[in-house]
Write a protein that binds this ligand. Structure first.
Ligand code: NAP
Length: 284
C-alpha cells in the first residue's frame, strides 16, 4: 500500500490560522513585529523573503523589510542590527542567508540579540537547545516535529536516522528527536555503508541537498520518511527522496514541495509571536 502523504501545506495553514486568531484578539498593545534583512539580489532568497512577508501579513504580524545593496559593509549591517536589537517594537530579527561573500555570516548572527533571534541560530540559542531550555525552537526541525505530532506519529523509543549534520537542519533536528526520546543516529558524507544505517530507521529524515538521493532500497517497509531537501532542478523543486518509489515502501512521507517547506515559515511566525509574548511578560 502506498504511504500516507503528510500535508505540510494544510498543517502550516492551520498553524497560521491559529496565530491569526490569537493576534486578532490583541486590542490593547501593538501587534508582533518581525524585521527581515536581505542583502543583495539572490533570486531564491528574494522568494523566501517574499513568502515570509506574505506569512506575516496573513497572520497580522507587522513585517519590516530591509533590502540592502549587495555592497553593504559589515559596519552598516551591524548598525542596522544594533538599531533593531534596541527597538522595543521589534520582536524578531532575521538575516536572510546566504550573505554576500564579503560579510561574515557567523559574526552577523552573533550580533543579533538572542531574545530576537527567531531563527534560533545564535550560539546562546543553540546552547540552550542542547540543555533543553530553548528560547526559540529552530524553525525547520521544529516544523518536522510538528508534522509528526499532527499525524500522531510517536517518536519515543523509535530509531530515528537523520542524514545531514548542518547547524541549521541536521544537528538541531537530531537534538529535537532526542528530546522526544527517539534513539538518534546522525549520518553524513563520511558515514560508511549508509544504506545499512538508513535501513534501521523507523523515522528517516533526509537533509542533504541532493535530489532523489534516498532510494526505495534504503528504506525498510513502514518507515516514516521526512524530506527536508530542496533542490532547484530543470524539472522544478526536488527533495532528497525519490518520492515516487519510496512512497511505495514508507508508511508516511512528506512531498517536496508542500511538506516541510511551508512548516518552516509557520514556525518562524510562531517564534515571532513567542518573542512578542515574552517581551510583554518581561514588562510586567
Ligand atoms: P548542508 O549544510 O549542505 O548539509 C548537507 C549535509 O548532507 C551535510 O552534513 C553533508 O555531510 C550531508 N551529505 C552530503 N552528501 C552526503 C552523502 N553522500 N551521504 C550522506 N550525507 C551527505 O545543507 P543544509 O543547509 O542542512 O540543507 C539540506 C537540504 O535541506 C538542502 O536541500 C536545503 O535546501 C534544504 N533546506 C530546506 C529547508 C526547508 O524549509 N524545507 C530549510 C533548510 C534547508 P558532511 O557534513 O559530511 O559534509
Amino acid at each position: 500500500m502506498s504511504a500516507i502523504i503528510i500535508d505540510g501545506k494544510r498543517v502550516s495553514q492551520k498553524i497560521k490560522d491559529e496565530l491569526k486568531e490569537k493576534i486578532s484578539k490583541i486590542d490593547d498593545k501593538r501587534p508582533p513585529c518581525l524585521a527581515v534583512i536581505l542583502v543583495g539580489e539572490d533570486p531564491a532568497s528574494k522568494v523566501y523573503v517574499k513568502n515570509k512577508k506574505l506569512g506575516c501579513e496573513y497572520c497580522g504580524i507587522t513585517s519590516l523589510h530591509y533590502y540592502l545593496d549587495e555592497n553593504t559593509s559589515m559596519e552598516e549591517l551591524l548598525q542596522l542590527i544594533d538599531k533593531l536589537n534596541n527597538d522595543d517594537s521589534v520582536d524578531g530579527i532575521l538575516v536572510q542567508s546566504p550573505l554576500p561573500k564579503h560579510l561574515d555570516e557567523k559574526y552577523v548572527i552573533n550580533n543579533i540579540s538572542p531574545r530576537k533571534d527567531v531563527d534560533a541560530f545564535h550560539p546562546i540559542n543553540v546552547g540552550k537547545l542542547m540543555i533543553g531550555e530553548p528560547i526559540f525552537m529552530p524553525c525547520t526541525p521544529q516544523g518536522v516535529i510538528r508534522l509528526l505530532e499532527e499525524y500522531n506519529i510517536s517518536i519515543e523509543g523509535k530509531n530515528c536516522v537523520v542524514i545531514g549534520r548542518s547547524n541549521i537542519v541536521g544537528k538541531p533536528m537530531s537534538i529535537l528527536l532526542l528530546s522526544k526520546n527517539g534513539t538518534v543516529t546522525i549520518c553524513h558524507s563520511r558515514t560508511k555503508d549508509l544504506k545499512s544505517v538508513t535501513k534501521q530507521a523507523d523515522i528517516l529524515v533526509a537533509a542533504i541537498g541532493k535530489p532523489n538521493f534516498v532510494t526505495a532500497d534504503m528504506v525498510k517497509p513502514d518507515t516514516v520518511v521526512i524530506d527536508v531537501g530542496i533542490s532547484r532542478t530543470e524539472n522544478g523543486l526536488k527533495g532528497d527522496v525519490d518520492f515516487e518509489n519510496v512512497k511505495e515502501v514508507a508508511s508516511y512521507i512528506t512531498p517536496v514541495p508542500g511538506g516541510v517547506g511551508p512548516m518552516t515559515i509557520a514556525m518562524l511566525l510562531e517564534n515571532t509571536y513567542k518573542g512578542y509574548l515574552e517581551f510583554y511578560n518581561q514588562q510586567v
